[in-house]
Design a protein around this ligand. Structure first.
Ligand SMILES: NC(=O)c1ccc[n+]([C@@H]2O[C@H](COP(=O)([O-])OP(=O)(O)OC[C@H]3O[C@@H](n4cnc5c(N)ncnc54)[C@H](OP(=O)(O)O)[C@@H]3O)[C@@H](O)[C@H]2O)c1
Length: 342
């Protein structure tokens, strides 16, 4: 029986039986690999985590890139590429770097990711997110590496309802437009690709890694430390995902367990921002009876923002993303008193 994804179908239809690390047995299409410039049909089901791959991570000093370096670097040879190495807007520099390292995979995290900054600095946003992505994809194409490209749920219109990979893209800001155009560059230039449309990710500060200021957890902690309550909308909705749940998916892609294509990545829940904030504050040690002192509804929010990009293609492949509650628990392990320590 052929399992398919509803957008960007798997590269090859031939099925193999695969035993996942969890012990579950699955069927999945064989991979078409683009290694060292050769297009090969390769059965990677025997990799089983034993093979040490060469991985370049662009934007390795950023929030997601640094955590990918940390986790993937335990099992693979990882090489960071940022501005210091030449930057992604310099085609010759990235092409030379990729040619020298000859990676199996490039994970492209470098971007201008601030929505407001992209709106204000549109030329630079286009140069970084579109032309920079073109440069990275071209360099991969020339060297035979495949590409894991980080896009965003901002490619969709957050007007409500569940958004799947087959939902027509309709970005509502310039950042979202650059993400759509960046995806197009990837699809045109490099057949061996995973495009990840990711939700808002969160994590916790870790020693030696860039902090998560502006992230949802530290944002809450900072607000509470300043003596103010957290404000959250009772009508808006959007998914948030623990960053290592994303890195785990990348790892499965690297191991060849997930066929090329486009994937929404998000932990799903049915909560409004206010309900989500309640969960987070309770999990971080605020007693239920005191919640009312720490969290107030943002009543001025009358414009409904509803961005729920379901990881539908991964579900069809029986590789769901852990729930919001599970991700939060994993993130807050050992920090259950986070907010009560203010
Ligand atoms: N974090 C999220 O919640 C989220 C949500 C949706 C999508 N995404 C996407 O996921 C990817 C990674 O996000 P992130 O949160 O890790 O972003 P981040 O923390 O802002 O990191 C981006 C990194 O890219 C680097 N960079 C920017 N321009 C560059 C250039 N021209 N050459 C080389 N490096 C450059 C930045 O360096 P400087 O610091 O020197 O500028 C920074 O280290 C991005 O594509 C972003 O759009 C993230």
């Amino acid at each position: 029986m052929l399992e398919t994804v509803d957008n960007d179908p798997p590269c090859a239809g031939q099925m193999v039986v695969l035993t996942l690390r969890s012990g579950a047995v699955k069927t999945r299409p064989w991979f078409v690999e683009y290694r060292k410039g050769k297009r090969d049909m390769v059965d990677r089901t025997d990799v089983g985590g034993a093979e040490r791959l060469r991985i370049i991570i662009t934007g390795h000093n950023g929030f997601i890139g640094s955590r990918a370096m940390k986790q993937l670097g335990r099992k693979h040879d990882v090489y960071g590429y940022g501005r210091k190495e030449g930057g992604i807007t310099d085609y010759l520099a990235i092409k030379q770097f990729v040619a020298n390292i000859a990676p199996d995979v490039v994970i492209h995290c470098a971007a201008m990711g601030d929505i407001g900054q992209c709106e204000r600095e549109q030329d630079e946003a286009y140069r970084t997110n579109v032309l920079g992505t073109r440069n990275v994809a071209s360099a991969c194409n020339l060297s035979g590496a495949w590409l894991i490209h980080l896009s965003s749920d901002q490619v969709y219109n957050p007007k409500g309802g569940i958004l799947r990979e087959s939902t027509t893209v309709d970005p509502q800001n310039f950042y979202g437009h650059t993400k759509v155009w960046g995806e197009e560059e990837v699809r045109h230039l490099i057949p061996g690709h995973h495009v990840l449309r990711i939700s808002w990710h969160y994590g916790w500060s870790e020693s030696g890694l860039p902090g998560t200021r502006g992230g949802i957890l530290e944002g809450f902690a900072e607000t509470l430390r300043s003596g103010k309550p957290v404000r959250a909308s009772t009508v808006n909705r959007g998914y948030v995902t623990y960053v290592y749940d994303l890195v785990d998916v990348m790892e499965d892609m690297i191991l060849g367990l997930i066929p090329f294509g486009t994937y929404n990545i998000a932990s799903q829940h049915d909560l409004t921002d206010y309900e989500r904030a309640q969960h987070i504050l309770l999990a971080g040690g605020i007693p239920e009876e005191e919640l009312i002192d720490y969290l107030v509804p943002a009543v001025q929010e009358q414009v409904t923002y509803d961005m729920r990009a379901e990881p539908y293609n991964l579900k069809l492949l029986n590789r769901p993303i852990p729930s919001f509650e599970t991700g939060l628990e994993r993130c807050l392990e050992g920090k259950e008193e986070l907010f009560s320590e203010r």
